[in-house]
Design a binder for this molecule. Sequence first.
Ligand code: ADP
Length: 468
Amino acid sequence: MNANRIVVKLGVTIFSLFLVVLFPMGFVINQIFSGFYYSQVQKQIEQLASRYAAEISASTSSMTVTMIEMMSAFADVKSLVVDAEGQIVANSGVSWRPLNSLIPKEEMNRLASAKAVQIEMVDPVSQERFVASGQPIVSEGRFYGAVYVLSSVDVIDRSLQKVRGSLILSGVGAFFLALGLIFVLSRKLSEPLVRMEKATRRIAKGELDTRVDIPSNDEIGSLAKAINDLAVDLQRYRDTRSEFFSNISHDLRTPMTNLEGYANVLREGLYESEEEKHKYLDIIHDESKRLTHLIQDLFELSKMEEGKISLQMEWIDLTEVVELAIRKVEPKAKHKKLVIRADMPQQVPFVYADGQRMQQVFMNLLDNAIRYTESGSILVEIRQAGPGKIATAVEDTGIGIPEEELPWVFERFYRVEKSRSREHGGTGLGLAIVKQLVEMQGGTVQVSSVPGKGTRFEIILPIGGDSP
Ligand code: ADP
């Protein structure tokens, strides 16, 4: 049996506890009982001996001693009466102290000074043990002798034996009860753990639809739930990863094919005029730009998702950031005859954010607005949105996004119309980058759109930090 199993560990712990508790407890109970019995008997014989001594000292009759012998027989004790010299004058059943023999001198001295004696005696023949109490007989200040009362401790030993027997019996009973308890408990504990171990191994092998069914509400139940959640997460991760790779390979292959094709045309001289040659060179130029753009976006996004990007947080003026972004995209807007308007109050509170990254956010939104708008205008807004918040928006009068597509536009590689986005030079990563950057700075981004009328992206940023 493996010593590391829960059953073994639990068993050893419970049994050790058992030994630590049960043995001292048994010992203490035994001591209490024996102490109690001995003191009871001692008290009894002490009382009897003083009563007999009092009776003898009060009586003048020679019958008193005979009466005491009889009473001792009734009380199931033995007695001795000694005179002032220590000689035994009456004996009821103390065979090893015959009549006329002398009791030890030191006992006699003690009794003569009117003090009681407590001693233990052993019958030399039967080896029976006795406790004895000797009380002096004193009358009117004169010492006449003493009375000894003896009680066998065999009775006590027998009673104690019984108590010890019951103690051992209950100890053995408790031992077997604990054994059963350990068995039930360890099965209850280890069985779900074994099931979870098997499930986790199956998940590790790639069987991600594996689930553990443990409905309990305790720690084991929450561990099972955590394993199930992990399996769900892994499955989702695997699905998105394969989708991501198929998207990447498609997006990389298209410009590569174009590059290869047109480069070939040029190399083979398969053009009829200089004008045609320039057209092909333009295509090669655009495609390589798009490829660089795509690789850059991918690199950025993966760095962000892995948390490897660090923000340069500082107090920034959002109006400046927006104006800079507008200036950079203006040529593209002019090319499509689109007007970019900015609606910003004179005084906008500074926000604690990364200026470069916020510029990238606005450039992505403005690029999209220009890309998906054929005529009309683009509006950039900044306003205070409640205490501690600034709202910014980029709104266009473009083609719009159907309502059912809105929840997905922030997903990596999601495109409302696949071919159109590529046609426009989009990578499908712009909005995913916007969302990541905004959320990293504690903000939120939302989209609303009416197909055919236009789209509005709204970003809410916390002013953040301590007031500037
Ligand atoms: P892309 O590089 O393809 O533009 P984005 O992640 O920036 O990728 O956007 C995802 C998709 O959302 C786009 O393909 C496009 O269909 C849609 N979209 C984004 N911005 C706009 C907009 N202003 N108007 C209409 N559709 C938009």
